[in-house]
Design a protein around this ligand. Structure first.
Ligand code: HEM
Length: 455
């Protein structure tokens, strides 16, 4: 069986058809066209197969046959994230060392330990919005302030104090620039990348800006004498329980940068999309208000146990991750030449991209797929879900290590916002996605006003 593929040009294949600033939207459009549940593109000489039929994805999730291999765009992200967990090859011993050293930092017990700091930053968000009632609030920017400050404080004891400044921190400018450039380079012939001197200089400057901050984070910790049990404490002091290996200084830099990026960019997107969904679905918004009024009465800071018991807020986040997955894709490769779907040939090593927007709305797995419906996540309905139709955190051993962290932080922030504010969207924002490898709503603003009791 032949994998369907749109006609391309000689040599360049489909490269020029892919819009450089919004590749994910284009791939999702193609998915609508190819009902077979997969298609193949030739991108600068690479044969890339996009897969979104849930049964085919179930095959790709079999880790005995398919593994994450570092290919573009992640191979490009290695320019700045090096051998950090996200971009290290599974066979590189350093991935296993760091994975085993850091796993305890993501246990349920650790989430509880980080909670007071998560709360501190969530309170800063609420205070900042309370002072700006009636203004158009830049949702993605403020969610980025929240999530960046949370990962840096809980993970590294470092305070960005982002809510004190009207400008986003230079680290974020540099990160946005570097991630966008990595996405553009993914679709460029190496020759073209070489010729774009100005972009190359900007890219190197952005990487240097990010690295300076990482060095500052590590220097401050070393100066403070250590002893902390956070991510950085573990990296500096713990050894791999299996091999006894410690992480090298260079690897610690890669990991700190990886966590600063992976630890905030996606959660910020999740919270922004969640607020958008709540504004578009007044019935669900009313249920969420009702829940926070019942579970978080008064002005007392909510406890960790209460946040973990929230049900409507949790289901809002799960459904948001289905409809608008901040990471639009992850990739694996076959360990040996094989076929999928009972006859589509796949060569060892070629990239197979699980396309999440199309998988998460696949009609074979989801009824009324475009509808935002949090009741899909009621306990009795979860059993109906196709086992491979929901993968916002990736798969298997290389799935997201920060999943619990993200969900705890997002539940808390959403609950704190809903308890305090009535949300409105007088500009009637229409979804426009901005892609910098990950996805976020572009230019989305909302307004808040303090809620009257029992409103
Ligand atoms: C890996 C999604 C939050 C750290 C991944 C992967 C996905 C993902 C899809 C797999 C990528 C691949 O297969 O190439 C998300 C989403 C998040 C989120 C949707 C928020 C809603 C976080 C947070 C942290 C984090 C808060 C850290 C505190 C990581 C790391 C990896 C990873 C280090 C690489 C794991 C490995 O391969 O060993 N994430 N993530 N993520 N994520 Fe997340």
């Amino acid at each position: 069986m032949e994998i369907p593929a749109p006609q391309g040009l000689p040599l360049l294949g489909n490269t020029l058809q892919i819009p450089s600033r919004s590749p994910a939207a284009y791939f999702t459009e193609l998915a609508d066209r190819y009902e077979q549940g997969l298609f193949r593109l030739d991108i600068v000489g690479r044969k890339v197969t996009f897969v979104y039929d849930p049964d085919l994805v179930a095959e790709l999730c079999d880790e005995t046959r398919f593994k994450k291999r570092i290919q573009p765009p992640l191979a490009i992200v290695r320019d700045f994230a090096g051998d950090g967990l996200f971009t290290a090859d599974i066979d590189a011993p350093v991935w296993g060392h760091a994975h085993r050293i850091l796993m305890p930092a993501f246990s349920q017990r650790s989430m509880k330990a980080y909670y007071p700091q998560m709360l501190e930053v969530a309170e800063q968000l609420v205070a900042s919005w309370a002072a700006r009632q009636g203004e158009d609030l830049p949702v993605s920017d403020d969610m980025t302030r929240l999530t960046l400050d949370t990962i840096s404080l809980t993970g590294f004891g470092y305070r960005f104090q982002s809510f004190d400044s009207p400008e986003l921190h230079p680290f974020l400018q540099a990160m946005g620039g570097a991630l966008t450039e990595a996405m553009l380079r993914n679709q460029q012939l190496p020759m073209v990348t070489k010729l774009r001197r100005r972009q190359e200089e900007g890219y190197r400057r952005d990487i240097a800006t990010m690295r300076q901050l990482v060095d500052d984070v590590i220097r401050r910790r070393r100066a403070s004498g250590g002893g902390a049990k956070d991510l950085l404490g573990l990296m500096l002091e713990a050894s791999d329980p299996l091999s006894g290996e410690r992480l090298s200084d260079e690897n610690i830099r890669d990991q700190v940068l990886t966590f600063l990026i992976a630890g905030h960019e996606t959660t910020s997107g999740l919270l922004s999309f969640a607020l958008y969904n709540l504004l578009r679905n007044p019935h669900t918004l009313a249920l969420a208000y009702d829940e926070v009024d019942r579970m978080l009465p008064g002005d007392e800071p909510p406890g960790y146990e209460t946040i973990m018991k929230l049900d409507v807020v949790a289901r809002v986040l799960e459904e948001t991750l289905r409809i608008w997955s901040p990471i639009p894709a992850f990739a694996v490769s076959a360990e040996a030449d094989t076929t999928i779907g009972g006859g589509y040939p796949v060569s060892a090593g070629d990239p197979l991209v699980v396309l999440l927007p199309a998988l998460h709305r696949h009609p074979k797995a989801w009824e009324r797929p475009a509808e935002f419906d949090i009741d899909r996540w009621l306990p009795e309905r979860r059993a109906e879900h196709h086992p491979a139709a929901y993968k916002p955190f990736g798969n298997g051993e290389r799935a997201c290590i920060g999943r619990q962290f993200a969900l705890t932080e997002a539940r808390l922030a959403l609950a704190m916002v809903l308890r305090r504010f009535a949300l409105s969207d007088p500009a009637a924002y229409r979804m426009k996605i901005k892609q910098t490898l990950t996805l976020k709503p572009d230019g989305f603003t909302l307004r808040v006003r303090e809620r009257a009791a029992h409103e």
